[in-house]
Design a protein around this ligand. Structure first.
Ligand code: C5P
Length: 239
């Protein structure tokens, strides 16, 4: 059976998610739109959707081979990815190796400071509330997970994924500063990695120059976003 898009399930800031003629499979269509600061800053970057789709496909494939369960099945074409349907866990799992972004702003830790250990944080996936920080009790009160063991499992998976991705990027002469992961439950109730794995959600710095190769180029008005993402993809392809 060839997989076809049937109905638009959801349109987000960077992707459209389509239902398909197979009820267990969805298609993510990566868009060229860029947003930052909870949608306050908006733009378009030609080719960004395709770059993010290709980078995500490479990273999901790599993690699948390392035994990490993910929703990824395959890339369909430049901007479309086939993946399993999952029930989204409304927690953004943020992993930080080096201080930057909101951690530097909120706690006054100088950007670029190597953290003494990998920090894993939870943000509430809720645009209306501006994705506030969550502690474990908030997660339980909001019933975002079933119990504390699931929170521990999310932290365990996040650290394991960080371990694999850090070594992956090290080979590409890139520093993995921080990133966001999302998880969901598949049809059997297993927790799997979902969403995308792209420089929209990762901070990546060149290991020699500390040049920013990620969405901070847009957030900070540095320009050259498509060029930076293309460079990341080229380094992955030449690995
Ligand atoms: O903004 P902040 O410093 O908290 O972001 C930490 C990391 O999580 C960054 O790599 C950023 O790209 C990612 N992030 C994301 N989506 C969000 C919030 C953060 O991809 N809604």
């Amino acid at each position: 059976m060839s997989i076809q898009k049937t109905k638009l399930l959801y349109e987000g800031k960077a992707k459209k998610i389509w239902e398909t003629n197979d009820s267990e499979l969805l298609i993510s269509e990566f868009k060229d739109s860029l947003t930052a600061f909870n949608g306050e800053k908006k733009s378009q970057e030609a080719g960004k959707g395709a770059l993010n789709n290709k980078i995500s496909a490479e990273l999901f494939d790599y993690l699948n081979k390392k035994g990490i369960p993910t929703h990824y099945i395959k890339m369909i074409d430049d901007t479309n990815m086939l993946h399993k349907r999952a029930q989204v866990i409304r927690i953004e799992v943020i992993v930080r190796n080096i201080a930057a972004g909101s951690l530097s702003r909120s706690l006054g830790i100088k950007e670029g400071t190597k953290l003494p250990f990998t920090l894993v944080e939870f943000d509430y996936k809720n645009d209306d509330l501006g994705d506030p920080k969550l502690n474990d009790q908030h997660c339980l009160i909001l019933e975002l997970v079933q119990d504390e063991a699931e929170l521990d499992y999310l932290r365990y998976m996040a650290r394991k994924i960080n371990y694999f991705l850090q070594s992956f990027y090290q080979e590409l002469n890139l520093k993995l500063v921080d990133f966001k992961l999302e998880f969901g439950r598949d049809k059997d109730g297993n927790i799997i990695l979902i969403d995308e794995l792209s420089p929209d959600n990762f901070r990546l710095w060149d290991a020699n120059t500390n040049e920013k190769m990620d969405k901070d180029r847009f957030r900070q008005g540095l320009g050259g976003l498509a060029e930076a993402y293309t460079e990341v993809l080229n380094r992955i392809k030449n690995r």
